[in-house]
Design a protein around this ligand. Sequence first.
Ligand code: 0X9
Ligand code: ZN
Length: 449
Amino acid sequence: MNHRSLLLWMLFGSLLALAVARGNSNASLTGHVLGDHEDLNEIPVRYDDTELWRIHNISDALLWTVPVTEIMENKFGANIWKENPKYVDLSITKMQAKAARSFLNAHRMDTELLARNVQDLIDEEQLEGIRATQAKLGRRIRKASNDASGMNWNDYQSLETIYDYMREIRAKYPDICRLYTIGHTYGGRELKVLRISENPRDNKKIWIDGGIHAREWISPATVTFILSKLMDDWENQPKYIRELTWYIMPVMNPDGYHYSRTVNRLWRKNRSPSTRHANCFGVDLNRNFDIGWTSQGSSKDPCSDIYRGSAPNSELETKAVAEFLSKRKYNLEAYLTYHSYGQLIVYPWAFKAVKVKDANVLQRVANTAAERIIQKTGTPYKAAVTHEVLGIAGGGSDDWSRGVLGVKYVYTVELRDRGLNGFVLPPKYIKDTAIEGWTVAETVAQAIG
Ligand code: 0X9
Ligand code: ZN
């Protein structure tokens, strides 16, 4: 066998091992039976011959009421990655590219090519993760590490590893931890929240979630990292951290997360079926909360990536979180939700073009977080009111926690990057990005005081 084919075989072997590792079914998590549409029957979606574009100057087109994203989605089969008042990022097949480009040119919009082949981004992400994990395994054999869950931040982790890690933390610190199953998903997976508290009755509370959107893998990685930062050295944490009750939910959308890891890397929504369209699945959980639900920025179409659902709280995930938090709104001072991408720290409102009345306080705390991030990792984050930088959208968890529960410090953090890799952020950036997420949590905890 020559050198080249040996390399190819090694690559094939690695990918096979990964497929087995990543496909580790979640059935063992709850003993649930997989639904008939679920991943066991599905062939993984590939993004060969798919480009990543940024479309500039969309504001003129929107003024002329040309619904750019809708047209790109429905007419040219594009997958919208990011939409804001300045630009739209999307992936589109090479086959559709020519027609789409002439449509955009006709409406005076420019396209910038961000990546030539999305599948390459996905493959590189996978390979890098495998290599990093193997390097760690090598070290582990020598060091005989005792972390049972196998949790680490060299690569993105499965739902099973994340849940095992939560159990491990609970087992290590039983006096201050409580692990809740706050509900189940359509696919039967558990919705898990870990509470950390020395005084649950009197402490002020902070809630942190991740993984609302399936493909934003850096989000659960960051939220689990926040958990590790808290717990690895709990006794030596400053008072303003130890005197809070922390609620941590790393994955609000476990069905979507698992689906994104096994079938379609770019999946965004949950996986509940639609009664209207046999072939369309999923609701955008960040459009399903009961605030400004019918406002702009979400869709009535079950096939859309920003489908708002059949009613507010129609989804099991939304309902479980809303019920859990509504019962605990007393002393709830902060609601932090981690997404990607864009490097933004944004605060309400999103459902209307108005700022909350204490916007200056929220802006100040967010600025402090952004300054500290620059000092730590050198990454620029922009702090702003949501509707200004991301456009108007109803049904978001952030607006709901402020508008319905009255939480003061409400932030959505859009983690790295700014579009170079988008959702497919190479694993080598996980740790620094997670430090950035942790810095926001630390700064908000300090502001609560
Ligand atoms: O659109 C979203 O839900 C978030 N952006 S993402 O690209 N991660 O999907 C931003 C959420 C901001 N808040 C609300 N729209 N309420
Ligand atoms: Zn998101």
